[in-house]
Design a protein around this ligand. Structure first.
Ligand code: DAH
Length: 356
């Protein structure tokens, strides 16, 4: 068979292939180990040098043409398959909800929305930052220079080193959003930043991905008393109790001075935890007055501006509020668990209508 005939026939087969499987069969029949074009290649060795050169060049040309045609046809078929699927799987969003199939809101999303509601009502807005952070925002700017021991406690997920020696990280806390906010907003600042955080840690109470909410207030007068009041208001609203006792324990975080860990009172009856009664204590967050170095790293003058910050585990307070025992189950996507602990999807938490 002449190369021209082979070309015409092969290209005709490519054009006629009706789906990706048929196209693949054409490819194998032409370019596969025993394919028509490959067989021609094998005969090159038997030719005289001059003939081999011209025939070889023509064969390579043919090979490229067929490969291009295959690729183009593959693209066409893929587009067509996608378009057909888009038509076939069209969703009518105006159809009524089928109750028996309705999904539920995950407790983390529920609690996230509750937190946004409460702080929104108190005049806070929601800020965000990237999950992939640089060393500066995750550590340095938060008063944790490279040799700082607190870095070791974070079980950080590092990316591969870049040529300049720097490494990106999966953010280990939501605190870097403090820096990003100060750099882009002028005081007075009142933000919360709920979001995902990552540490290489896994047991009953730790998962490699978890959720935190950060809060930052910066202006010229805000003091520790404001922080205590705010946290008290938040805890009452969030746990939906008339009162809750709070214990502020002196602590240490590199990014706050002074620093406090905050406990709330609770009782344990039959393995069930009740917030706001009893005389056991549960730690719920870390907080403090923002360190001058952090304010400076955020581009603000610490002699003029001051304020507080806190960071709280969203998953943890979700467990406490809704009596969920094992953190790992949060992220296993077990439908039975979601049906049991999930929330009605059309009931949005509001302070007036009830949070949970
Ligand atoms: N970033 C801390 C952590 O992940 C939590 C924290 C503590 C945040 C104190 C704060 C703070 O803003 O003031 O462990």
């Amino acid at each position: 068979m002449s190369l021209e005939t082979l070309e015409q026939e092969t290209l005709a087969q490519v054009a006629a292939a009706a789906d990706e499987a048929a196209l693949e069969a054409v490819r194998v029949a032409a370019l596969g180990k025993k394919g028509t074009i490959s067989e021609q290649m094998k005969q090159l060795g038997a030719l005289a040098p001059e003939e081999r050169k011209s025939f070889g060049a023509a064969l390579n040309l043919l090979k490229d043409k067929v490969a291009d045609a295959l690729a183009a046809r593959k693209g066409e078929l893929a587009d067509r398959a996608l378009n057909e699927r888009l038509v076939r799987e069209r969703v009518d969003v105006t159809l009524p909800v089928r109750h028996e199939l309705r999904g539920t809101i995950h407790p983390v999303n529920q609690v996230w929305e509750e937190i946004v509601q409460i702080f929104g009502d108190l005049g806070f807005s929601v800020a965000e930052g990237p999950h992939i952070e640089d060393d500066f925002h995750n550590f340095d700017a938060l008063n944790m220079p490279p040799e700082h021991p607190a870095r070791q406690e974070h079980d950080t997920f590092y990316f591969n080193e870049k040529p300049d020696g720097s490494r990106l990280v999966l953010r280990t806390h939501t605190s870097p959003v403090q820096i990003r906010t100060m750099k882009t907003q002028q005081p007075p600042i009142r933000i919360i930043a709920p979001g995902r955080t990552f540490r290489s840690d896994s047991d009953m109470t730790h998962t490699p991905m978890f959720n935190q909410v950060e809060a930052l207030v910066i202006d010229e007068t805000t003091h520790l008393g404001n922080l205590k009041w705010l946290l008290h208001e938040f805890c009452k609203a969030f746990f939906e109790v008339d009162d809750v006792k709070m214990r502020f324990r002196a602590s240490h975080f590199p990014f706050t001075e002074p620093s406090m860990e905050v406990d709330i009172n609770c009782s344990w009856k039959d393995g069930q935890v009740k917030i706001g009664e009893g005389d056991s204590w549960l730690e719920i967050l870390g907080s403090g007055m923002v360190h001058p170095n952090v304010i400076r790293a955020g581009g603000l003058d610490p002699d003029k501006y001051q304020g507080f910050a806190f960071g709280m585990g969203i998953d943890r307070i979700a467990m406490l509020k809704y009596g969920i025992p094992d953190l790992r189950a949060f992220f296993e996507s077990d439908l039975r668990w979601l049906r049991h602990y999930g929330f009605k999807s059309l009931q949005v938490p509001t302070l007036a209508g009830g949070l949970s």
